[in-house]
Design a protein around this ligand. Structure first.
Ligand code: ADP
Length: 451
C-alpha cells in the first residue's frame, strides 16, 4: 500500500512539473518571440542564433530543367537529380542514390571525404545521363545541403563552425565548405557548379513553397529539431543595410538551442542535460526531440522502480542511457489494448522489468502525455509571428517524430488550436518528404545562372 503511494506521488510530481495550461504555453510563445528579436538584433544576442541563409527567393514553380543536389547531414549522404516541368508541383522525375560514408572517412581529411563524395556524384551523373539525349551545352548545377553548423557570408560561402554527429575532420573546421567541394569536383573532372549551400530546414521550406505559395516556415522534428522562416530583411538588424531582391530572407533559427525559464522543465530533463556530453546546449531539443524523449521516460521508470517494488527488483538495464528508444516509447504510448500488452512486452524485453507486475501500473501510460506538452511548446513557439492574422499560413513539416508518432502529432495539433484559437483555421501544417535533398535541388534551380 505504501509503495503505491510513492508511485502515485512520483507521478503527481511529474504531472505538475509538466503541466501546460494555455497561459503557460503563451508565456513560452512570448519568450520565443523575444529571443527571436534578440537573435536578429545582434550577433550572440540570444541562444537562438537566427542564422542568415542569403536565400531571398524561393521556388515559384516556373523552374525548368535538370538539377542536382548533394545532401550531407549524417553518416549517409545522398545524391539526387530532379527534372522540373515549369509548373507548380511539376517534378517530372526524381532519382536518388544513398551512400553510407565509410567509417574511416569520418575522421580522415577533407580531401579524402570530398574526393569520395565527388567520385560517387560523378558515377551517379554518368549513370543517369547514359542513354538519355546529350544535354545542351551548359554546366550542371547543384544545391549542396550541408546539415552542420555553418556561418554563411553569402549564398555560396560559409565556414564550418564545428562538426557534430560523429564527424571529426579537423582540417575542415573554419574552412569554406563550397570551396572544398568545388576543388574535389575539379579533381574528379566533373563539370558541375555549386549553386548554393543549404541547411536542411531551408530545403524543407523550398519544397513546401514549390507545392504551395503560402508556405512561409519549415519545421523539422526528427532525431533533432530545428526551424526556419521567411523574415523581412529590414527586421534583421544585426546585418545593417542588408539588400535582398525580394525584401525578405530565410532565417535559420537553430531553435534546438532555444531556452526559457517558462519551459516546463522537470528534474528528469535537468539530469539528462547535465549527464549529456554538451550540458546547457540544445536545451529545447533535449526536451522534445526523438533522440531524447525515450531517455526521459527511462529516467521516470527508473525512479519509480527505485522507490517502489511495483516492477520487482530494479533491473540493471534501466540504468543504461538511451536503452529505451523513442519509437518504443511511442509504441507503449499508443498501446490502447485493455491489458497494455505492448507496454508489458517492451518493459520486459527492452528494460527487463517485470511486465506482469507493471500491468496494473496503468498510470505509467498517463505520464507519457509529457511528450505532448513538450511538442506543443515547440511548434507554437515557432508560430508566434505577428502577421499570421487572417492570411492563410502554411508551415512545411518533416521528421520521423512528427510523421510516425501519431499521439505526438495529435498533442501538437491540439496545443496549436488551443493557443491560436480562431486563427488556427488559417494555419496549416503540410508534411513534405525529403525536403533536405529535393529542396536543395529546387533551390539550385531557383538560383540557376541560366535563368
Ligand atoms: P533524422 O531526424 O535523423 O534526419 P527522421 O526525420 O526520419 O530522421 O527522424 C528519425 C527520428 O524520428 C528517430 O530518431 C526517432 O527518434 C523518431 N521516430 C521515428 N519513428 C518513430 C516512431 N514510430 N515513433 C516515435 N518516434 C519515431
Amino acid at each position: 500500500r505504501r509503495k503505491w503511494k510513492r508511485v502515485v506521488s512520483v507521478l503527481k510530481e511529474l504531472e505538475e512539473a509538466c503541466e501546460t495550461p494555455v497561459g503557460r504555453l503563451r508565456q513560452v510563445v512570448d519568450a520565443m518571440a523575444v529571443e527571436m528579436h534578440a537573435g536578429l538584433a545582434s550577433e550572440g544576442g540570444s541562444k537562438l542564433k537566427m542564422l542568415l541563409t542569403f536565400v531571398d527567393h524561393l521556388p515559384t514553380g516556373s523552374e525548368i530543367g535538370t538539377y542536382y543536389a548533394l545532401d550531407l547531414g549524417g553518416t549517409n549522404f545522398r545524391v539526387l537529380r530532379i527534372q522540373l516541368g515549369g509548373r507548380r508541383s511539376s517534378i517530372l522525375s526524381q532519382d536518388v542514390e544513398r551512400q553510407p560514408i565509410p567509417q574511416h572517412l569520418l575522421t580522415s581529411t577533407s580531401e579524402d571525404l570530398f574526393d569520395f563524395i565527388a567520385s560517387t556524384l560523378k558515377q551517379f551523373v554518368e549513370k543517369e545521363e547514359s542513354g538519355s539525349e546529350p544535354s545542351p551545352v551548359r554546366t550542371r548545377e547543384l544545391g549542396f545541403t550541408f546539415s552542420f553548423p555553418v556561418k554563411q557570408s553569402s549564398l555560396r560561402s560559409g565556414i564550418l563552425i564545428k562538426w557534430t554527429k560523429g564527424f571529426a575532420i579537423e582540417d575542415m573546421v573554419g574552412k569554406e565548405v563550397v570551396t572544398l567541394l568545388e576543388a574535389a569536383l575539379v579533381r574528379s573532372g566533373l563539370d558541375m557548379r555549386v549553386a548554393l549551400l543549404v541547411n536542411d530546414t531551408v530545403g524543407t521550406l523550398a519544397l513546401g513553397r514549390y507545392h504551395d505559395a503560402d508556405t512561409v516556415a519549415a519545421v523539422i522534428i526528427g532525431t533533432g529539431t530545428n526551424a526556419c522562416y521567411l523574415e523581412r530583411a529590414d527586421a534583421i538588424i544585426k546585418c545593417q543595410g542588408l539588400l535582398t531582391s525580394s525584401g525578405y530572407m530565410v532565417v535559420n533559427m537553430e531553435w534546438g538551442n532555444f531556452w526559457s525559464s517558462h519551459l516546463p522543465r522537470t528534474s528528469y530533463d535537468i539530469d539528462l542535460d547535465s549527464e549529456s556530453p554538451n550540458p546547457n546546449d540544445q536545451g529545447f531539443e533535449k526536451m522534445i526531440s526523438g533522440m531524447y524523449l525515450g531517455d526521459i521516460v527511462r529516467r521516470v521508470i527508473l525512479r519509480i522502480s527505485l522507490e517502489s517494488d511495483i516492477f520487482g527488483p530494479v533491473s540493471s538495464r534501466l540504468s543504461i542511457p538511451f536503452i529505451l528508444q523513442t519509437p518504443l516509447l511511442a509504441a507503449m504510448h499508443e498501446d490502447h489494448s485493455p491489458e497494455l500488452k505492448e507496454v508489458a512486452k517492451i518493459l520486459k524485453e527492452t528494460l527487463e522489468v517485470d511486465g506482469l507486475h507493471a500491468r496494473p501500473a496503468t498510470p505509467l501510460v498517463g505520464i507519457l502525455k509529457k511528450i505532448g506538452r513538450d511538442g506543443s511548446g515547440g511548434i507554437t513557439g515557432g508560430r508566434n509571428r505577428s502577421d499570421v492574422k487572417m492570411k492563410r499560413t502554411v508551415v512545411a513539416i518533416e521528421g520521423g517524430l512528427y510523421t510516425s508518432y501519431t499521439m505526438f502529432r495529435e498533442y501538437l495539433h491540439e496545443a496549436l488550436n488551443e493557443i491560436l484559437g480562431d486563427v488556427a483555421q488559417h494555419v496549416s501544417l503540410q508534411v513534405t518528404e525529403d525536403g533536405s535533398g529535393i529542396g536543395g535541388a529546387l533551390l539550385a534551380a531557383s538560383y540557376s545562372s541560366y535563368s
